[in-house]
Structures are given as C-alpha cells and as structure tokens.
Design a protein around this ligand. Structure first.
Ligand SMILES: Cc1cc2nc3c(=O)[nH]c(=O)nc-3n(C[C@H](O)[C@H](O)[C@H](O)COP(=O)(O)O)c2cc1C
Length: 392
C-alpha cells in the first residue's frame, strides 16, 4: 500500500507537507485549523526572546503578478509577536488536540551564547519535535547582526549551531539563506558543527519596484522602503537549485521549500533530495485547504510510479545534475511544428532571428526549420503562444 508517511530522525510525519515559519503559523488558532485540514506539521513563526524589539512597518508587502496570478511576494515582515509563554501554552494545546502532528520551533536570538541556550532550554521542556534555527531572514534582523547576518558567515553559523547542539534535547535543523554565493559552504559548516538537518530556502533578497510618479520604492513605507524577502512560485528555481546543491554534498535530512504551489512542485523537490517540504506563500494566497489536493496528487503519482512512499522518490533526479563539460553534446534537438496548432504569428521566427540565429522562416504558408542553421536552443518552443512547437 502506498503511503505518504515519512520518517526523519525518528520524527514521524503523517505526510511530507508542513507549513513554513511565516504568517500561516503566527497564531496558535491558525496552526490548529491547518492541522485539522490535514497538514502534517508546522514550523512556528520565528520565536525570539521577549525583550527583542519587534515593531512592524506598514505597508509590509509588495506583490509581483502576471495578470491576476500572484507570482511572488516581497515582504519586510519581522518575527513572531507572541511571547515565549504564549508559545509554550500553544504547544501544549496543539499536542493535546493533534498528538500526531509535527511541531517545530523556529528560533532566533542575539549572538550571545546564553541567549540562544536559554531559548533552547526553555523549549527543550516543551513537547516540540525539533528546532529550526533561523539564520536567514534577509530584512530587519541583519541590521541587528542576526538572521541572514548569521547565515552568510560559515564561522558564525557554525558557532551558534554548536551552542545550540550543546544543550538541545531535540533534533536541530538550520534554515539557510539563498542570498550567499555558496550555500554548500554554509550547509557544510553547520553540519560539521552538529546540525541534524538543513531547511532551505528562506526568502530571496529583493526590491519589488519604484513608483515612477513619486520615485517611492515598493513596498512603500511612508515614501521609503528597505530591501525585503521574495517568495512564491517565482523563487522555485532558486529553491530547487539550493536543495540540489546541498543534497549533492550532504546526506543530512532536508526540509525543502521555496515556491511550492502544488504536488508536482513538491515531488520535484523530493526528487532533488528534500525529505519533507514546507509551504508558505501558496497557503497565504489560496488558503490552508490546498493541502487536500497536494496530498491526493502526490499519493496518486507515487502509486502510478510504483513507489511505496516519498522516500522511494527521494534523490531520483540528483544523479542527472552534473558539470556542463560532462553533458552529452553529440545529440541535438530540433523544433517540430504542429501545423494544426500553428497560427503563423511569427513569434518563433522573431526570437530565432533576434537571439543569435535565423533557422525559422515561413515557406509555402508554413513555418519551416532550416536544420543546418538551427542550434537546437529551444527558445522558439518556449515563446509559441499555441504550444505548437515541440523539441524532438
Ligand atoms: C510574510 C512572510 C513572513 C515570513 N516569516 C518568516 C519567519 O518568521 N521565519 C522564517 O524562518 N521564515 C519566514 N518566512 C520565509 C518562509 O518560511 C519561506 O522560507 C519562504 O517564504 C519560501 O517559501 P514560499 O515560497 O513557499 O513562501 C516568511 C515568508 C513570508 C512570505
């Protein structure tokens, strides 16, 4: 019987879909609702010592859309506004009501050993399943020397991981930033310091745009802005790349995320090495109930493939990523045009002419390919508005 059950580090997930640390996990009531709807677990909105100032700006979002579809959020939101005691009470409530759901406490503290260890010791006594160290928030926190200011330095990341590991009684995941030139270096440094797993990615540092009348950048906070964090479907290729690079270099469990909006995205992350996947922006855009279709779709897919569980899918694609020099350059693909679909709009010819080459033309009222000039680059197939071009 195919199952969605997943086990990592002795933690049982009833399915591999959990909520990422973000607005959908900022309130106990929201997590309660998400668990009732079928999410396998939740990473809480990042918890900090109560005395760390957390004053939010308005507006705190700017959105990238294609038509009406949200492709990405930029946010400049800070961390949890609940006190440590409110979280402890919430964890107890959630554990009683949803005993099988995985609860992960995302934490962040100033770069002071006692502060990190105090926070860890406090949650050691609660019924959480694991810690996630937020070394990766790209806005607000780096100005205080924390968040991404930690996760861009291998030595500081290792030092804090070590402080946490010294006292943690639960597994420790470290959440990494994509805003580094070498994410593997950071992953390896926290692995050497004793991290039990990696979470990736946090948001991609961004600037959404500028109002050309007022010259006020977005999101607009009384005329000014700060660089924020980009999330949603637009960041999926960056998340996949980071997870694959980490998997190529480490056997640690990975909580993969970034732009996951459906079961196919989740399956791609798992095929590239993620053990469990996290979702944030898609839940904000379409609600917690997306979990039903995600679970059903992944289960059907696993069944069709003859896989028993997500762990049979894990890493299946990783061996197919290698250096450019090792790619097979002997065989070339060529565009094949489906005449029944082609409307002869000329888009494919334009992009071919103006992007390097002139392999496409209209002859006898048909789009034809000159195989001697064609580079097999595939651009024509991507711009065809009728999906009339397939590379063969
Ligand atoms: C509004 C907002 C707030 C977030 N807050 C946190 C946070 O407190 N801690 C954290 O580790 N990540 C935080 N994140 C990052 C998400 O957990 C996740 O890493 C990122 O959004 C990529 O996933 P997605 O594309 O599914 O949204 C936040 C993201 C958003 C959009």
């Amino acid at each position: 019987m195919t199952t969605l059950k997943t086990k990592i580090l002795d933690i049982d997930f009833e399915n591999p879909f959990i909520l990422a640390s973000a607005p959908p996990t900022a309130k106990i009531a929201s997590i309660d609702k998400a668990f009732s709807l079928g999410w396998g677990g939740a990473v809480f909105k990042t918890i900090t010592p109560d005395n760390l100032e957390m004053i939010e700006a308005s507006q705190r979002y700017a959105v990238w859309k294609s038509g009406n579809k949200v492709c990405g959020f930029e946010n400049i939101e800070l961390l949890s506004h609940l006190t440590v005691q409110e979280w402890l009470d919430g964890i107890k409530f959630l554990r009683q009501k949803h005993p099988t759901k995985v609860q992960i406490a995302s934490i962040m503290a100033p770069v002071i050993k006692e502060e990190w260890q105090k926070l860890v010791n406090t949650f050691n006594e609660s019924e959480i399943d694991a810690f996630e160290l937020n070394f990766s928030c790209p806005h607000g926190m780096p100005e205080k020397g924390i968040g991404m200011a930690i996760g861009t330095h291998p030595e500081i990341s290792a030092m804090i991981t070590n402080w946490v590991i010294e006292v943690a009684k639960k597994p420790v995941f470290v959440k990494l930033s994509p805003n580094v030139s070498n994410i593997v270096e950071i992953a390896k440094s926290v692995e050497s310091a004793g991290a039990n797993g990696i979470a990736a990615i946090n948001t991609v540092q961004s600037l959404m745009g500028v109002d050309l009348d007022t010259f006020e950048p977005l999101p607009n906070v009384n005329g000014k802005t700060t660089f924020g964090g980009y999330s949603g479907i637009a960041v999926k290729p960056i998340g996949l790349r980071c997870v694959a690079q980490i998997r190529q270099n480490s056997d640690l469990p990975i909580l993969g995320m970034g732009g996951i909006s459906n079961w196919q995205d989740a399956a791609e992350y798992i095929a590239l090495g993620a053990d469990v996947i996290q979702v944030c922006t898609e839940v904000m855009v379409n609600g917690y109930s997306i979990i039903t279709a995600m679970k059903k779709g992944l289960l059907n897919y696993l069944e069709e493939k003859g896989f028993n569980s997500p762990s049979d899918l894990k890493n299946r694609a990783i061996k197919n990523i290698s250096a450019h020099k090792t790619l097979d350059k002997q065989r070339q693909s060529y565009p094949q045009i489906d005449e029944a679909l082609c409307v002869k709009c000329g888009k494919c010819i334009m992009i071919c002419n103006e992007s390097e080459n002139s392999a496409l033309s209209i002859f006898d009222d048909k789009v034809v390919v000159d195989k001697n000039s064609c580079l097999g680059c595939s651009l024509c197939s991507h711009v065809c508005p009728k999906a009339a071009i397939k590379m063969k």
